[in-house]
Design a protein around this ligand. Structure first.
Ligand SMILES: Nc1ncnc2c1ncn2[C@@H]1O[C@H](COP(=O)(O)OP(=O)(O)OP(=O)(O)O)[C@@H](O)[C@H]1O
Ligand SMILES: [Mg+2]
Length: 252
């Protein structure tokens, strides 16, 4: 069986700024890959290239055997099964939680109301928010809203989930519930590509950790190696800053 995500020779520039430089990455089915690295290293851009929110300057990307960088590919169809969760939750504020989960199912997957509701409730239950179906997003905590955003992505039956710092906008006490949901997904065998600053999560849940800096993958391997015993000086420097609570500068 082919890999879930296959990236080869990926370059991305914004004008003269080279943000990604020759990224090669294969994510196997069921694998959880965490991407770490300083601010501006290209982590979000990498994720956004996978579902073509950014058009690569060069290189090839295939998701679930479909080459998304092929101009003849039906992008809407390819994106349909790529779940994406960002730092902000992007819920529709004028719709209930349940409606937030059913809109795209009905419009994009053409499910009828009963089926969309059933799938939505199933996924709300999965993230521990079954009782919030009729709430408005503003009535939920940030952590609950983020779990709704995850349930919404799951309701589209994704083959792979992309997470871009899903907990970094949350109050510390709300982070654990969201990470718990993500851990559950990983346990169920979901393929996940996760940009995160949560080193403990990466250590415990990732099959592989990628350290990026300056648009290249500097080092990758099992978390115990990349986080526990990094080989590269740049990785060490980054980790000492992230892991040292007395560091007062910007948390990059
Ligand atoms: N649409 C864009 N236009 C121009 N420059 C961009 C654009 N998007 C990103 N960049 C630049 O590309 C570089 C990488 O950005 P990216 O958001 O991928 O970094 P990151 O690793 O996710 O950082 P952070 O940890 O702060 O989220 C940065 O220098 C950023 O300013
Ligand atoms: Mg980013």
């Amino acid at each position: 069986m082919s890999a879930m995500i296959e990236i080869s020779g990926l370059d991305k520039s914004f004008g003269s700024l080279e943000v990604l430089r020759g990224i090669d990455l294969t994510v196997r089915r069921g694998e959880v890959v965490c991407v770490i690295g300083p601010s501006g290293s290209g982590k979000s851009t990498l994720l956004r290239c996978v579902n073509l929110l950014e058009q690569p300057t060069k290189g090839r990307i295939a998701v679930d055997g479909v080459e998304v960088t092929d101009p003849d590919t039906d992008l809407d169809a390819a994106r349909r099964h790529i779940g994406m969760v960002f730092q902000g939750f992007n819920l529709f504020s004028h719709l209930t939680v349940l409606e937030n989960l059913t809109v795209a199912q009905r419009k994009v997957l053409r499910r009828d109301r009963a089926e969309a509701d059933r799938v939505a409730r199933e996924n709300l239950d999965r993230v521990g928010l079954a009782e919030k179906a009729d709430s408005m997003p503003a009535q939920l905590s940030g952590g609950q809203q983020q779990r709704v955003a995850i349930a919404r992505a799951l309701s589209m039956n994704p083959n792979v989930m992309l997470f871009d710092e899903p907990t970094s906008a949350l109050d510390p006490e709300l982070v654990g519930d969201v990470l718990g949901v993500m851990r559950g997904l990983a346990d169920e065998g979901m393929t996940m590509l996760v940009v995160t600053h949560e080193m403990q999560f990466a250590r415990e849940v990732a099959d592989r950790v990628l350290f990026m800096d300056g648009g290249v993958v500097v080092e990758q391997g099992p978390p115990a190696e990349v986080i526990g015993d990094p080989k590269e000086e740049r990785t060490r420097t980054f980790l000492s800053r992230v892991l040292d609570p007395t560091h007062t500068g910007p948390k990059d």
